[in-house]
Design a protein around this ligand. Structure first.
Ligand code: GDP
Length: 365
């Protein structure tokens, strides 16, 4: 399963945010594929469409889809040189598929900041630099090896060498690998290198409780937003402390609490949605009277593979899938009506599943 890692300097609010995630906790019984590990929190993906489908079908049970966040504690300056828990930390980042970097944007004199003052850009640069240095070392090593092999006309090496050279230049300029100007083919080659700075990143600006409703005058947030624009990254503004409190509430209480604060959607919900996007994930639905459920697939996956998300037997014995888009189903009011309107398609093995498809799989056992 794909997972996103939460990183950040000490005292920026990572643990608080991670607590909110685990407390909001999805029931792991519903998600047998998820890891059971104290550093992994399972989150359910909020999706208004699932509510709508539930109203339409009135099933016995509704199950959202879920994915994992991993808490990666312990980055400090010098991590790429193996200081402190540095190496272990980088190894953990290597295992995640996207990075959420928590940045301290709240001033609180009682809480020390590792470098003595609140300076989000400085914080971001400390972390990004460690990742860049670690990548530079891997790229350098590989380039030395590959350059030799390219001389003796090794085909793979000859393809890799120019890509590595470009990456080296980018990293030496203090930029992440994802910022390198690469063609699609070159990006594919880069995947072999497992670089930390190739992973998609988003920034989580952690603001104080009295600023969450209106953070327009928080300069730190503006700085992070400007920085992220350059990095082509998204910024989600949260108040980790409030999220932690809210995680204990049921849906109704949560809605009231948000209303009181004057907030439309909780920061955590926004973070979950944005991270799901960042991981390149999409959702399809099954909608039977027993269960209405959202399922996660990777963009570009075909119908049999998507069926395999439910059960491997579904993939092996796949025949076809009755498919209707969420919009068409809702517009027609029921599966029967959608069928009569000719909106239900029979899709085969080559069908590329779309976000929001409502599917019924036919398969041999
Ligand atoms: P970590 O070291 O990054 O995991 O940071 P923690 O989550 O332990 O937070 C460090 C301190 O900052 C704790 O005392 C938290 O209570 C406090 N803190 C975290 N988030 C917020 C916030 O949104 N507002 C305020 N005022 N304090 C916060």
């Amino acid at each position: 399963a794909l997972t996103a890692g939460i990183v950040g300097l000490p005292n920026v609010g990572k643990s608080t945010l991670f607590n909110a995630i685990t407390k909001a906790g999805a029931e792991s019984a519903n998600y047998p594929f998820c890891t059971i590990d104290p550093n992994v929190g399972i989150v359910e993906v909020p999706d208004e469409r699932l509510q709508k489908l539930t109203e339409l079908v009135v099933p016995k049970k509704t199950v959202p889809t879920a994915f994992e966040f991993t808490d990666i504690a312990g980055i400090v300056k010098g991590a790429s040189k193996g200081e402190g828990l540095g190496n272990k930390f980088l190894a953990h980042i290597r295992e995640v598929d996207a990075i959420c970097q928590v940045v301290r944007c709240f001033a609180d004199d009682n809480i020390t900041h590792v470098s003595g003052k609140v300076d989000p850009i400085d914080d971001i640069e400390v972390i990004n630099l460690e990742l860049i240095l670690a990548d530079l070392e891997s790229v350098d090593k590989r380039l030395q090896r590959v350059a030799k092999m390219a001389k003796s006309k090794d085909k793979d090496a000859m393809q890799e060498e120019p890509v590595l050279t470009k990456l080296k230049e980018t990293l030496e300029n203090g930029k992440p690998a994802r910022a390198a100007d690469l063609s699609d083919d070159e990006v594919k080659i880069t995947k072999n290198f497992h670089l930390l700075t190739s992973k998609p990143m988003l920034y989580v600006a952690n603001v104080s409780e009295d600023e969450i409703a209106d953070y327009s005058s928080n300069e730190y947030v503006q700085q992070v937003q400007n920085f992220a624009k350059e990095d082509n990254a998204e910024v989600i503004v949260v108040c980790a402390k409030i999220e932690e409190e809210m995680a204990e509430l049921d849906d109704e209480e949560k809605a009231m609490f948000l209303d009181e604060l004057g907030i439309k959607e909780s920061g955590l919900d926004q973070l979950i949605k944005a991270t799901y996007q960042l991981l390149g994930l999409s959702t399809y639905f099954t909608a039977g009277v027993q269960e209405v459920r959202a399922w996660t697939f990777r963009k570009g996956m075909k119908a049999p593979q998507c069926a395999g998300v439910i059960h491997t037997d579904f993939e092996r014995g796949f025949i076809r899938a009755e498919t209707v888009s969420y919009e068409d189903l809702v517009a027609n009011g029921s599966m029967t009506a959608a069928k009569e309107a000719g909106k239900v398609r029979l899709e085969g093995k080559e069908y590329i599943v779309q976000d929001g498809d409502v599917m019924l799989f036919r398969f041999n056992v």
